[in-house]
Design a protein around this ligand. Structure first.
Ligand SMILES: CC(=O)N[C@H]1[C@@H](OP(=O)(O)OP(=O)(O)OC[C@H]2O[C@@H](n3ccc(=O)[nH]c3=O)[C@H](O)[C@@H]2O)O[C@H](CO)[C@@H](O)[C@@H]1O
Ligand SMILES: C=C(OP(=O)(O)O)C(=O)O
Length: 425
C-alpha cells in the first residue's frame, strides 16, 4: 500500500494549477445519465472517486470514455439501474445516481451508502424528496429501491442544508412533470456548477446558488460540452500549505470568489492575499501564522472540508485558535495524529482547541479520511524530520497528483510503496 514520505522544512514557492473540482465533477458525471445526446466534459480531475464513478456508470451500461482530463459520454440505453454495494461502499457520492436514474428510467436500486469515518451521514432527505415527487421509495436489504412512472414537480422544504441532497433532487426534478421548488437548498458553488451543466443540456433551473431553486421539468435533455469548475478545497489546501511554511505561492485556474471565507481566515492568520480573475496569490514569507477561530457551516460560511487543514495551521501558529465542527459529528480524526507530531490540541465536544507550538516533529501517522489526510500532509511539510503517512488511498480519492504539485512548489515529498524508511528507535 502506498505511503507518502515528507521531509519538512522548505517553504512552498511558485505556481500551481488547480484541478477540476471533485465535488462538481461527481454530480456532473452522474447527470450524464440524463443526457440523450453526446456530452463532452473537460477539466475532470484524476482521482480515485472519478475512476469509481466511471466504473459505476460503465457497470450500468453507460458509454463513457476518458482521455486525459476529458470525458465523453455517448447516449446509451442502460442495461442496469443498480448501484452495487461494492462500489458504493468505496464512495458515498455514488448516491448521486439515484435522482437521475429515477427521473429518466423510472427505477433505481442503489446500495445505502452508510456512514463513514467523519459521521453517520444519513440520506433521508434524498429519499423524502423523491417520495414527495411521487416516487415509491423503500429500503430493503441495504438497498434503496425507488420506482416512479414519471416524477411530479413538488415543493421540497429541506429540513437541513444538504449538498448532495440538493443535487440529487435538482437532477430528478429536471425531467419531472411541472415545477419543483427546493427550499433551504445548499448554496455551494458545486451546486451552481451542476445547475449550469444541466441548463446546458436543456434543463430549466433558476436560483442555484441561493436557498430557493426553481426547476421547470422538461421532456428530455440533450448533450453539451462543459468545463467543470476548479477545486476550491484543493486551492485552499495549497494556500494553507504556503501559509504554514512561510512561503509564497500563486494558485492558477481557480475561482477566488468561491473561497471568501477561507481567504478571510488566511488574512486573519497574517497572510497577504492578492487575487485576479482566476488566480490567488498568498504571501507569508518568513512569517509565522497567527492562530484563528473557525466555525464550519454551509456555504458561504467556512467549509467543513477545509477544517482539518486549519487545525494543522493552528497547531504551529502563534496563540490559541478554536475549530468548531458543526456539520459532521466525527470530523476530528486528524487530531490524535497531529498530537503524535507534537501538536497541543484538546477536543471538547465539537470544538478543537489548538494551542500553537513552535514546531512539530515528524512521526509515522495514519490518514483516516480525505481531508484528515490533507491536514497531515500539511503538518508534514513543517515538521522536523521525515513524516510517513499511511493509508493515503483516502488522499487519492480527492487530490489530483498532490505529491507532484507539492514537489513543484519545493516540498520534499515522495510516494513510497510498502515498507517504511523510518527506523524504529
Ligand atoms: C460529494 C460531495 O459533494 N461531498 C460533500 C457534501 O457531502 P454530503 O452532500 O454528503 O453532505 P451534506 O451536505 O448532505 O451533509 C450535511 C449535513 O446534513 C446531514 N444530512 C444530510 C443528508 C440527509 O439526508 N440527512 C442528513 O441528516 C449530514 O449528516 C450532515 O450532518 O457536502 C459536505 C458538506 O459540505 C462536504 O463535506 C462533502 O465534501
Ligand atoms: C467529505 C468529502 O467527500 P465525500 O462527501 O465524497 O466523502 C470531502 O470531499 O471532503
Amino acid at each position: 500500500m502506498d505511503k507518502l514520505l515528507i521531509s519538512g522544512g522548505p517553504a512552498l514557492q511558485g505556481e500551481v494549477r488547480a484541478s477540476g473540482a471533485k465535488n462538481a465533477a461527481l454530480p456532473i458525471l452522474a447527470a450524464t445519465l440524463l443526457a440523450e445526446a453526446p456530452v463532452t466534459l473537460t477539466n475532470i480531475p484524476r482521482l480515485r472517486d472519478i475512476a469509481t464513478t466511471l466504473a459505476l456508470l460503465g457497470r450500468m451500461g453507460a458509454r463513457l470514455t476518458r482521455d486525459g482530463d476529458e470525458v465523453r459520454a455517448e447516449p446509451s440505453a442502460l442495461t442496469s439501474c443498480v448501484a452495487p454495494y461494492e462500489l458504493v461502499k468505496t464512495m458515498r457520492a455514488s448516491i448521486l445516481v439515484l435522482g437521475p436514474l429515477v427521473a429518466r428510467y423510472g427505477r433505481a436500486d442503489v446500495s445505502l451508502p452508510g456512514g463513514c469515518a467523519i459521521g453517520a451521514r444519513p440520506v433521508n432527505l434524498h429519499l423524502d424528496g423523491l417520495r414527495a415527487m411521487g416516487a415509491e421509495v423503500t429500503v430493503e436489504s441495504g438497498y434503496i429501491r425507488a420506482r416512479a412512472a414519471r416524477l411530479q414537480g413538488a415543493r421540497l422544504v429541506m429540513e437541513m442544508v444538504s449538498v448532495t441532497g440538493t443535487e440529487n433532487l435538482m437532477m430528478a426534478a429536471t425531467l419531472a412533470q411541472g415545477e419543483t421548488l427546493i427550499e433551504n437548498a445548499a448554496r455551494e458553488p458545486e451546486v451552481v456548477d451542476l445547475a449550469d451543466f444541466l441548463n446546458a443540456l436543456g434543463a430549466r433551473i433558476e436560483g442555484a446558488g441561493t436557498d430557493l431553486i426553481r426547476i421547470q421539468g422538461v421532456e428530455r435533455l440533450g448533450g453539451a460540452c462543459y468545463r467543470v469548475m476548479p477545486d476550491r478545497i484543493e486551492t485552499g489546501t495549497f494556500l494553507v500549505g504556503a501559509a504554514m511554511t512561510g512561503g509564497r505561492i500563486r494558485v492558477l485556474d481557480t475561482r477566488p470568489e468561491c473561497l471568501d471565507a477561507v481567504l478571510q481566515k488566511l488574512r486573519e492568520a497574517g497572510a497577504e492575499i492578492a487575487i485576479g480573475p482566476d488566480w490567488i496569490e498568498l504571501d507569508m514569507q518568513g512569517r509565522r501564522p497567527r492562530a484563528v477561530d473557525i466555525h464550519t457551516a454551509p456555504h458561504p460560511a467556512f467549509p467543513t472540508d477545509m477544517q482539518a487543514q486549519f487545525c494543522a495551521l493552528n497547531s504551529i501558529a502563534e496563540g490559541v485558535g478554536t475549530v468548531t465542527e458543526a456539520i459532521f459529528e466525527n470530523r476530528f480524526m486528524h487530531v490524535p495524529e497531529l498530537q503524535r507530531m507534537g501538536a497541543d490540541i484538546r477536543v471538547e465536544g465539537n470544538v478543537a482547541i489548538c494551542r500553537g507550538v513552535e514546531g512539530l516533529t515528524a512521526a509515522p501517522v495514519m490518514a483516516t479520511d480525505l481531508r484528515a489526510s490533507a491536514g497531515l500532509v500539511l503538518a508534514g511539510l513543517v515538521a522536523s524530520g521525515e513524516t510517513l503517512i499511511d493509508r493515503i488511498y483516502h488522499l487519492d480519492r480527492g487530490y489530483d497528483n498532490i505529491e507532484s504539485k507539492l514537489l513543484a512548489l519545493g516540498a520534499r515529498i515522495q510516494r513510497v510503496a510498502g515498507e517504511s524508511r523510518i527506523a524504529t528507535p
